[in-house]
Design a protein around this ligand. Sequence first.
Ligand code: ATP
Length: 647
Amino acid sequence: MTTTTTATTTGSTTTAATTKTAATTPSTATSTATAPRGLVAQLTRAQARFLTGGVLLGILGVASTLVQPQLVAHLIEAVGRKEPIALLVTLLAVLFVADAALSATQGCLIGRAGENIVRDARVLLSGRVLRADLSYLNTQRQGDVHTRLVGDTALMKIALTQSLAQILLNGLIVLGGVVMMALIDVWLLLVTVGCLGVASVASIGVARGLRRAALVNRADTGEFGADLQRVLAALPTVKAAGAEGREEDRLAARADTVRRSGNRVTVLNALFSPVLNVGLQASLAAVMGIGMARVATTSLSVAEFTAFTMYLFYLVSPLVLVFLALGTYQQGRAAVQRVDELAGIPQEDAPAPDGGSGTAPAPVPDASGRPAAASPAPDGGHPAVEFRDVGFGYGDRTVLDAVSFTVPRRGLTALVGVSGAGKTTVFQLIERFYRPGRGAVLLDGRDIAHLSTAEIRDGVGYVQQDSAAMRGTLRENIVYAAPDATEADIEEAVELAGLTHVVAALPDGLDTPLGDHGIGLSGGQRQRLCVARALLQKPAVILLDEATAHLDSEAEAALRDSLRRIARRCAVVAIAHRISTVVEADRIVVLDEGRVRAVGTHAQLVRDDALYGRLAAAQFADGARAGAAAEAAAGTPSGQPAVGVAG
Ligand SMILES: Nc1ncnc2c1ncn2[C@@H]1O[C@H](COP(=O)(O)OP(=O)(O)OP(=O)(O)O)[C@@H](O)[C@H]1O
C-alpha cells in the first residue's frame, strides 16, 4: 500500500500575509488576548476518531503491503520445489485488493477529518473576528484577516491531515520495509541506507528552505489581497481620480513580487524528487550489482534477492511521498501558525486589565469643590449617559482630556465642536468600541467597563457618520438590530425616520434589494435608513453622528421634528455640524480640543461662549448670504433658517 492522498500546494495559490499596522493602536485599548492557545491542535484533537480510524486502517494497509514480497518469495520457492501454489496466489490477490480498499477508506476518513477541522476553524475564527476588540482589529489589514480565514485554513487542513497521514503511513512502510530487508540481508540493507541517507539529509535541508520560502510567498500574496481589497472598496474614488493605471501598476508590482517568491517555492518543491532520486538510483544500482554477485556465490538465494529488490521498489514511492509530504507540511505549518495567531485576536468582552478603566472615579467636584452629584435626571433616576473625567488617546496622542458631562434620560443633547474635536470618539467610547484610559463612562448609572457588550449595545442605538448599509433588502437593513420587530414597529420607525415616501416610491417597497454599502439609495436616504434601524431597536439612548449631514433643508426639518418626538421617549445625543439642527436642543455640550468647553442651551451659549457664538454667527451669516442669494434668484423672501458647516 502506498498512501497517495496527495494535494499539491504551490505556495502561490494560497495566501497569507504578515500583519501590518494600518492605524494607530489606541494606547488605552485594554482588551487582552483571551486566545484559545493552540487552537489548531485543539481542533485536530476533536477529530481524533476519524484520524485514529484512518491511521489504523492505514497501518493495516501497510502490513498487507509489507507481507506481499515475502509471499512472492514463498511463491518462487514453491514453484522451484514444484509445490501447489493456488493458495499462495489467492492470498496474494486478496492482499492486493485489501490493500487498495484499505487505502481508499483510510483516505476518506483522513479527508473527512480535514474538512471538519477546516469547518470548525472557520466557524470559530469568524466568531472571534466578529467579536474582536475594534481597537485591535482596526490595526489589522482586512485583506490579511480574510486570507487567514479562507486561504490559511485550507492549507492548514492539508498539512494536518493529508501530509501528516502520508508522513506517518508511508514512513511506516519505509520502516517496515527496512526491517524486512534487514531480515533478508543486513549488508545489502546497509548499502541501500547509505545511499538513501545522503539523499534524505539533502532533502530535509530543502524542506526547511521550502518552509521559509512559503512563508514569504504567502505574506506577499496577502499583501496583494489587501491591496486589491483596498482598491475594490474605493473603486468610485479610483475612477473619479483617474487612478486606474496607477493602481493597476501597483497591483502588477505586487503580483510580480508574489510570482518571484512563488517561483522560489516551486524551485525548492521541484528539487525534492531529483535529490531523492539520485539516492534511489544509486542504491538500486548498488543493490543490483552486489546482490547479483551474492546470488552468483550462492550466499543469497534468488527468492531472497527478489524479495529484497521488491522491498526496495516498494520503498521508492513511499519514500518520495514522505519527503513531498514533508514539504507540504512545512508550508502548512506556516498556515497553522497564522491561523493560531488570528484565533488569539483580543476579544471585546475580555475583562478590563488592572489599572484600566474598570473603576468609576468619584463624581467630579464642581466649581465649589463639592463632589458633583451624579447629575440626577429630572425623574430622579440616573442620567442616561455620564462621562466622568474621561481621558482617551489613540497611540500617544490625547484626544479626550478630563471630559465630564451628563445626558438626561429624555430630551435632545447636542455635541458640537470643530472638526477633530473628539465628538465621534465620545460616541465610540459610549459604544465601548474603545475603552477610556482614565475615568469612566456610565450608562444609566452603571460603569460600562463592567457591562457585557450586549448590555451596552442593546440599550444604545448608533447612527454612524458614514451611514452603514449592507447588501440585502431595505427591510433586512432596517430590522438588522431588531430581527423580531413587528410590521407595525417597522412602519412606525420608517415614518419617524421620514422614509415613508421613499419606500412607497421603490418598486418593491421594503423588499427592494440594495447593493453593497446600500447602493440603490441616495446618501440622505441611507442616513434615514440607519435612523430607522436605530429607532426600531427601541434603545434608551440614540446616538446620531451627523444624521442630517446629507439631508436637504426640508428633510432636515422633518427629521428634526421626528427627533423631538423621539426625544420624548428616550435620550437622543446628536453630533451636528449644522447649528440649525441643534438650536432647539435641551442641552448643548461644546467640545474643544478634547475638552468640554461649555454646556448650555443655544441661547445661553450664544451669550456666554465665544467659540459657540463664533460657530453660530459664521453659520447663520453663511445661511443669510445663501438665503439672500436664493431670494435674489427666486425673487421671493426666504424664511428658511441658515445652515452651514463648521470647522
Ligand atoms: N482610529 C483612529 N486612529 C488614530 N486617530 C484617530 C482615530 N480616529 C480618530 N482619530 C483622531 O482623533 C481625533 C478626534 O477624532 P473624532 O473623529 O472623534 O473627531 P470629530 O470631532 O468627530 O471630527 P469630525 O467632526 O470631523 O467628524 C482626530 O484628530 C482624529 O484624527
